[in-house]
Design a protein around this ligand. Structure first.
Ligand SMILES: Cc1cc2nc3c(=O)[nH]c(=O)nc-3n(C[C@H](O)[C@H](O)[C@H](O)COP(=O)(O)OP(=O)(O)OC[C@H]3O[C@@H](n4cnc5c(N)ncnc54)[C@H](O)[C@@H]3O)c2cc1C
Ligand code: FES
Length: 341
């Protein structure tokens, strides 16, 4: 079945005030039913002061339990899009969103599910929890860390879920205002004997690092990073080791980029991503995180082969269909052609 277009318009049907600085936007996509998996996100395209900006927001709804599509946005101090959405978008307005992306999804097994959520990191995790509770028999335990009690997002929704699934869902609260930041001992105490669990972690970087490093395994840890992570260079790549292409050095072959009605070809450079090649050729393709997490830079590899340094957004199926994150994809073949949708 062909994939829906990358971008579509969606009407904001309702806005829910979750906390003083967090809103849920209930969306009605123009194409009708929106097929997504719990834990996925879509990317909003907005124009602010004449500039096009792209930011990703996870679904807080779950397809198994919610008839409406919801994304939940928390203000970031000094942030352009989060504050603009909260201050400017009203019920009845239209926004532009991509189709869903992301691999922070449920695995097909019976392992207990442990969620570690810091602040707005609860957004994809509540989606996963709703889905797991409704469609599996898995036990779900969430540790939600927040600055203080007024910052707790989905407090009532989680309490309702606990009341509905008292034997399968536990929510433990950690408030920095009471006991400082979460530490490794608290992570271990929460994991207890569930070391074979699937662990889902989303929150500020230091919070995520803490949980990832403390989890004893053998269960698996899955992460969703809201901030741009560092670009990881493949071993043996350019001498500077920062993932950037070797300036000026050219190797045999050509990279061709098709963007709307423009087609450019540039000589290949070692370690250069498709996005970098496109920019070198004078194009300005879409991108946001440049770290392999948001899929805004997606394009189809129509000729040649490529390797993505990091991929935290595309499913195996999308990769098999030829999609590539151009901010992470580096051609392996002498010539390669990518086409943006
Ligand atoms: C897969 C994914 C899912 C996500 N899901 C959610 C979600 O469900 N809910 C949610 O709320 N967020 C989510 N995010 C985060 C979201 O996409 C945005 O990153 C977030 O809203 C901040 O965007 P912004 O435009 O408001 O901030 P930006 O304008 O991007 O700014 C971010 C920070 O950088 C600082 N900054 C910006 N420019 C400069 C500069 N020139 N110099 C110094 N500092 C600067 C700002 O002060 C701010 O602190 C997700 C991100 C990803 C990748
Ligand atoms: S720009 Fe976000 S994955 Fe490429």
């Amino acid at each position: 079945m062909p994939r829906p277009p990358l971008f579509q318009r969606a009407t904001v049907t309702r806005i829910i005030r979750e906390t003083a600085d967090t809103r849920t936007f209930v969306l009605a996509p123009s194409s009708g039913p929106f097929t997504y998996r719990a834990g996925q996100f879509c990317t909003f395209r907005v124009e602010i002061d004449g500039e096009e900006l792209l930011r990703s927001y996870s679904m807080s709804s779950a397809p198994e339990t919610d008839t409406e599509l919801m994304t939940t946005v928390k203000r970031v101090a000094g942030g352009r899009v989060s504050n603009w959405l909260i201050d400017n978008v009203a019920a009845g307005d239209e926004v532009e969103i991509t189709r869903p992306f992301g691999v922070f999804c449920l695995q097909d097994n019976d392992a207990p599910l442990l969620g570690f959520c810091g602040g707005s990191g609860i957004t994809p995790v509540i989606s996963l929890a709703k889905s797991a509770l409704a469609s599996t028999k898995r036990e779900v335990r969430l540790l939600c860390a927040d600055r203080d009690a007024p910052s707790m997002i989905f407090e009532a929704a989680l309490a309702d879920l606990v009341a509905r699934y008292p034997d399968r869902l536990t929510v433990v609260r950690h408030l920095d205002s009471d006991s400082g930041y979460l530490d490794a001992a608290a992570v271990l105490a929460f994991v207890g004997t569930d070391t074979d669990a699937d662990v889902y972690v989303c929150g500020p970087e230091p919070f995520m690092d803490l949980v990832e490093n403390a989890f004893p395994g053998p269960g698996k840890v899955f992460t969703e990073r809201f901030g741009a992570a560092a670009v990881i260079a493949p071993e043996g790549d350019d001498a500077e080791g920062d993932g950037a292409a070797s300036a000026e050095v050219e190797i045999e072959g050509t990279v061709t980029i098709i963007l709307r009605n423009k087609k450019i070809s540039v000589p290949r450079r070692p370690g250069e991503t498709f996005l970098e090649s496109a920019r070198r050729g004078g194009l300005t393709p879409p991108f946001s995180c440049e770290s392999g997490t948001c899929a805004t830079c997606i394009a189809k590899l129509v000729e040649g082969t490529a390797t993505m340094r990091v991929n935290e957004a595309l499913t195996e199926e999308e990769i098999e269909e030829g999609y590539v994150l151009t901010c992470q994809g580096v051609p392996d073949s002498a010539s390669a052609v990518v086409r943006y949708e």
